[in-house]
Design a protein around this ligand. Structure first.
Ligand code: FA5
Length: 352
């Protein structure tokens, strides 16, 4: 038994000397000195040793255990010291090395469009406002001359909120930014020169319609405002946003909240308004020389009355266009599916 104990000590000495790191050292400790380790195993044989030799062997075993523990502890602190003295080498930082550039994002195409539209209108004294994107039926429809059950409401394919109803009706996800008209007029500060850009929601989803999109709503109300002012603002916008050579035209249309109402077209930037492409065929972008921008018109007297504004004293114009379609027209971008804008596919978004 004495020989076995000495052999074990030798083995531990060799193993400790060869250990390269703390993990290896720990394995050695468990293997030889642990509760189920080799030394404990050997000591179980102590029962078979004669009563006379037992104290001597017991004392030897204890001595070897203490020595082995000492060896392991010394090696452990040696390894720690070595790791510390290597620190200067392993963790050295070369401050002159070029840095690693973190991935850099950029604003979403539509955020850029909104910023640009805002700046364009701010230059002629319009002020960007914010009104609720979840609003009462009253502001989205009723105050805009569309009483409950009026068939014109169907065009807006509205999402209704599952929420309590008030004297202003149900709550809706605003299907257009025109909900801002009466809200802005109710402030009673004239002249009104509002540009309201917000999210709109409709139960529509196909290549040219997204269920969540943006509109920008212009409202100008003062004394003696006429269609000439509307034309002036439209021309200014078309030229500053799309280019000096672009023209606008008004086409008669019908909205319940403007009278007269128009659809606004802008001359096509690709064929220059001729409708004929470079290949002498019909222009592929517009087919007829003009692209549709959105709706506009002179504010209906009933809308002014809803906001307690006297239509005999004040008049004004309003327009409402889709940010997505307007911006794509500017860039002459042919995105064959508008829904790509909101898929969050970085491969697509990084191009802009
Ligand atoms: C309106 O929403 C009127 N409120 C505009 C208006 C305001 C007229 C003030 C008069 C005075 P319309 O439903 O045509 O009109 O929508 C206007 C524009 O919003 C469209 O020309 C289009 O550019 C954009 N638009 C409408 N629905 C969608 C959709 N689902 N996805 C993307 N763009 C849309």
């Amino acid at each position: 038994m004495q020989d076995q104990l000495n052999a074990l000590k030798l083995e531990v000495e060799q193993a400790v000397a060869a250990a390269k790191d703390a993990a290896e050292l720990e394995n050695i400790e468990i293997r030889y000195l642990g509760r189920k380790g080799e030394l404990t195993g050997l000591l179980k044989g102590l029962a078979g040793v004669s009563a006379e030799d037992r104290p001597k062997i017991g004392a030897l075993a204890n001595q070897i255990k203490v020595q082995c523990e000492g060896l392991i502890a010394a090696k452990r602190s040696g390894l720690e010291d070595a790791a510390l003295s290597n620190l200067a080498e392993t963790e050295r930082e070369d401050v002159t090395e070029p840095g690693v550039r973190p991935p850099e994002g950029h604003l979403h195409l539509m955020t850029k469009a909104i910023n640009e539209i805002t700046e364009t209108f701010e230059k002629i004294g319009f002020v960007r406002t914010r009104y609720p994107e979840v609003d009462w039926d009253y502001y989205a429809f009723e105050s805009l001359n569309m009483p409950p059950d009026h068939p014109a409401r169907d065009e807006w394919e509205t999402f209704f909120m599952d929420a309590p109803v008030s004297e202003m009706g149900k709550m809706v996800l605003t299907p257009h930014t025109s909900n801002s008209q009466v809200r802005e007029l109710e402030r009673g500060e004239f002249p009104v020169r509002m540009i309201n850009i917000a999210k709109c929601y409709r139960r529509q989803s196909d290549a040219t319609h997204v269920p969540m999109f943006h509109q920008f709503e212009g409202l100008y109300v003062d004394k003696n405002v006429s269609i000439t002012h509307l034309r002036g603002v439209l021309d200014y916008f078309a030229k500053s946003f799309f280019g000096a050579d672009r023209k606008t035209r008004l086409r008669p249309f019908h909205f319940r909240f403007t009278e007269p109402s128009f659809e606004i077209d802008i001359s096509c930037g690709v064929c220059g308004g001729s409708g004929i492409g470079a290949d002498k065929q019909k222009c592929k972008i517009c087919k007829r020389g003009w692209l549709e921008l959105g709706g506009a018109g002179m504010v209906h007297p009933n809308v002014l009355k809803a906001a307690k504004v006297d239509p005999k004293k004040y008049s004004g114009f309003a327009f409402g266009w889709g940010v997505e379609r307007t911006y794509l027209m500017k860039e002459g971008m042919q995105i064959d599916d508008l829904r790509a804008l909101y898929k969050n596919d970085l491969r697509f978004l990084k191009q802009f």
